[in-house]
Design a protein around this ligand. Structure first.
Ligand code: ZN
Length: 224
């Protein structure tokens, strides 16, 4: 007789890859091994090895041009991990009082441990949230809800006033900065200065000037 805990059906590594692919596709990107290596911070050789495994498991297909496509199964699992991740972020901030900038990092540990049963309990106790604390839609719970039209902050004009809808959540230091300056979903902002020669955009947030680099401004989505 075997002792010990039940083994998860899908490994953490596989879930992490499927999640990363799902998120790139969500942004409208075509996914190639080099890009995946970049976002997962591993070598292209490592990615190639894991992609082979994912192919054998029937999760993905890689085309002649090396583009990675989900199978139906792969898409389903990728979506499920993203959904568990974003629900975990809501749980951490809404129920446990975890600081906003920490939620993404902590959710990466929890997402793999949430069973479909616990997921339904969690969604119900959170009131079926449609977005995570960073403004990203929660697949499955945001279906059928028309999201507000958004555009990158970098595409606004000087003097525009708008509302932040989504911020990038992967960089903890950037999140700390957003937290300190009040740049978060729901915040009203006024575009004070766009200075392409300096590579900056200056916002008025809660009565204070906040200077962002153009690269960061391209990742912040605001209502259009
Ligand atoms: Zn996250």
């Amino acid at each position: 007789m075997l002792l010990g805990e039940p083994k998860p059906e899908i490994s953490v590594v596989v879930e992490n890859y499927l999640q990363a692919i799902y998120k790139l596709k969500e942004r409208g990107e075509r996914v190639f091994p080099t890009r995946l290596a970049e976002v997962m911070d591993v070598s292209v050789a490592t990615v190639a090895g894991t992609l082979k495994r994912l192919g054998k498991q029937g999760m993905i297909q890689v085309s002649e041009s090396k583009e990675i496509h989900f199978t139906d199964r792969g898409n389903e699992v990728g979506e499920s991990v993203v959904r568990r991740h974003r629900l975990a972020e809501c749980m951490l901030t809404q129920l446990l009082g975890v600081e906003w900038p920490r939620a993404h990092m902590e959710a990466h540990r929890l997402e793999h441990a949430i069973s479909p049963y616990v997921e339904t309990k969690l969604a119900a106790s959170l009131g079926y949230p449609t977005v995570n604390p960073f403004g990203a839609p929660i697949p499955g719970y945001s279906d059928g809800i028309e999201p507000p039209a958004v555009k990158p902050l970098s595409e606004t004009g000087q003097g525009d006033t708008t509302v932040v809808e989504q911020v990038p959540e992967e960089d903890p230091q950037l999140l700390e900065f957003f937290d300190e300056t009040g740049v978060r979903p729901g915040a009203g902002v006024e575009v004070r200065e766009i200075a392409p020669y300096k590579g900056t955009i200056t916002l008025l947030v809660n009565g204070s000037d906040v200077v962002l680099g153009t690269e960061v401004a391209a990742m912040v989505m605001v209502r259009s």
